[in-house]
Design a protein around this ligand. Sequence first.
Ligand code: GAL
Length: 366
Amino acid sequence: MKRIAKTTAHAITNLSDTRVKSMAVKDIGALPASIIKFLNYIGVICFLGLIALSSCEVKPKVGFLMDSLEVERWDKDRALFEEKVKELGGIPLVEIAGSNADRQMEQAQKLIDEGVDVLVIVPVDLEKAGAIVKLAHKNYVPVISYDRLIKNCNLDYYISTDNINIGELQANYLTKISPTGNYILISGPTSDYNAYLLRLGWMNVLQPLVDKGDISIVLDEFSNFWLPDEAYRILSSYLKDNNDVDAVICGNDALASGAIAALQEYNKAGKVLLAGQDADIQAVRNIVAGNQTITIYKPIESLAYAAANAAIKIANGEAPSNMNITVNNGKRLVPAILLQASVVNSQNIKMTVIQEGYIGEQDIFN
Ligand code: GAL
């Protein structure tokens, strides 16, 4: 849809005013001819400028509020999203909150003041971001929740991967190798709804085995951040007093790398099954080295492109396509797209992340 600048109609009205005024000046004949000539010249220039302005399309502005770029994948999300928005004729405006929910709120206000037509949000905090949705709606700006669900608010759309399924993929893989034994679960922070969804997936697989008495969950903790130090802290405090662990399931690869550091200190790296998520370069190297069993590869390109496509459609007043399911965010059933992820193990690295161009072969094997 072509959007003509609101100002153009206004300006054309002003132009006719200018000509009327210049005619009036001529009639009066009180000004020297050179000034009248100059005024006419200005009038012609303005007229041509306004013709150009009225035929030009106003580009939709798409705000992208991100949490942090600390975890490797988010650089890719950002680049792909920006690229797609530009390709579709929009202007991406990106802000990074540095894991600070209050700052994310300020950044939302800033982008709204800059006139964004739609906001795409990776929420720092699943609940606090509800206030951003409220603020956006007050300003007639629709909101898409990206990767992480914003809870308990009138969120417009949600685009992510099926996080429960990711948890199931991780737990299924490890329990196939070790259907009995002691399992440790290290989740992401409780401020991120994905941490709960992943754990739900883990428990869908593990609970029946726990009930049968085959598996014991000897440690089950949420971290404060999605970062290596957190998993290192959690796991090493367990290993200090306990020796018996067969498998560790982590919410992402950053946590998994902290788990490896703890396992290494107790000479257990490579002897304990370990699952992560994100297909970080280091995680894939760890898989090659035998210190990590699997990671999960999420289709970041499809995710970013789906969000950019939806954002541009919404900004242009159209309904976004492919919102084929709904997800309950505690307040409403949010129209959503949930993409599928896949397992990366030592056998399929080339067929998955390398073949899809997600990671270069030389980055892994050098
Ligand atoms: C989660 C996301 C993960 C991981 C993590 C840390 O919400 O699902 O892929 O990147 O954030 O940023």
